[in-house]
Design a protein around this ligand. Structure first.
Ligand code: DX5
Ligand code: ZN
Length: 218
C-alpha cells in the first residue's frame, strides 16, 4: 500500500479549545484521538462523550487510538458512534478477531495496536481481519517522547507481510514522529504517520504537516 496519511494527535493540542485547534490542522488526513484510561497506560485523557463532540465539530475523519483495558467491552461503542477508524491494543484484547469483526460490523475500520515490546509475528495471521496495524514507536501513554529505533525491524516485517499478502492494511506509526524520524519510518514501510508534538508544538501546524508530508513523501 502506498504512503498516505498524516494524522495529527490532539494529545498535544489545547484541550480547552479543541474546536479551534482542529481548524489549525485542516490539511491533515484524519484526527488522531488518544483515549487513555489510567489502567492500560498510566495517564488519563478523554472518553466517548468527548470523542463524539470532537467528531461533530471536525471536518476530518477521526482515528481513535484506544489505550484502555477491556477494549472488547468498550471499543464497539466508538464504532457505533460512527468513528471512522477504531484501534485497540492486542495486549488488552481478549478476542481480537471477534472485536475487529464487531467494529467492522458497525461500519468502522478495525485497527490493532502493538506496544514496542510486543512481537508482530503472532498477529500477522490476523491481518485479513484488520484495516490498520499500529506499531507504537514509543511506550504508549504520553506525547513528546523520543522515537524508538528498535521498532524499525518490526515495521519492516509488518510492511513486508502486508505487501506479500496484497491486503489493504495500513501500517501506522505513532510516537516520536518528527521530520527526521518519519523518513526512517517511511523507508521501513509505514504508510500512516501520527504526530502530536511535531504538529501542535509548532507555531504553524499546517506548515508542520506539509513538512512531514515532504519528508515522508506522502
Ligand atoms: C502516545 C500517543 C500518541 C502521542 C504522540 O501514547 O498514542 O498519539 O500523542 O505524541 P508525539 O507525536 O508527541 O510522540
Ligand atoms: Zn496515539
Amino acid at each position: 500500500m502506498a504512503h498516505c496519511c498524516i494524522n495529527p494527535s490532539i494529545l498535544s493540542a489545547d484541550f480547552v479549545n479543541l474546536e479551534a485547534e482542529l481548524q489549525r490542522i485542516s490539511t491533515a488526513d484524519a484526527v488522531h484521538v488518544d483515549v487513555m484510561d489510567n489502567h492500560f497506560v498510566p495517564n488519563l485523557t478523554i472518553g466517548l462523550p468527548v470523542v463524539q463532540r470532537i467528531q461533530e465539530v471536525s471536518s476530518l475523519p477521526l482515528d481513535a487510538h484506544l489505550m484502555i483495558a477491556d477494549p472488547d467491552r468498550w471499543a464497539p461503542a466508538y464504532a457505533e458512534a460512527g468513528i471512522e477508524s477504531v484501534t485497540f491494543h492486542v495486549e488488552a484484547a481478549k478476542a481480537p478477531v471477534r472485536l475487529a469483526r464487531e467494529l467492522r460490523f458497525h461500519g468502522a475500520k478495525a485497527g490493532m495496536a502493538l506496544k514496542p515490546a510486543t512481537a508482530v509475528e503472532p498477529y500477522l495471521d490476523l491481518l485479513p481481519e484488520m484495516d490498520l496495524l499500529l506499531i507504537m514507536t514509543v511506550e504508549p501513554g504520553f506525547g513528546g517522547q523520543a522515537f524508538l529505533d528498535v521498532t524499525l525491524p518490526k515495521i519492516r516485517k509488518a510492511a513486508n507481510a502486508v505487501a506479500g499478502s496484497g491486503l489493504p492494511v495500513a501500517i501506522q506509526v505513532d510516537g516520536g514522529v518528527t521530520e527526521e524520524t518519519i523518513v526512517r519510518a517511511a523507508e521501513a514501510g509505514a504508510t500512516v504517520f501520527v504526530a502530536g508534538s511535531a504538529v501542535y508544538g509548532q507555531t504553524d501546524p499546517e506548515q508542520a504537516i506539509a513538512s512531514l508530508r515532504a519528508a515522508a513523501k506522502v
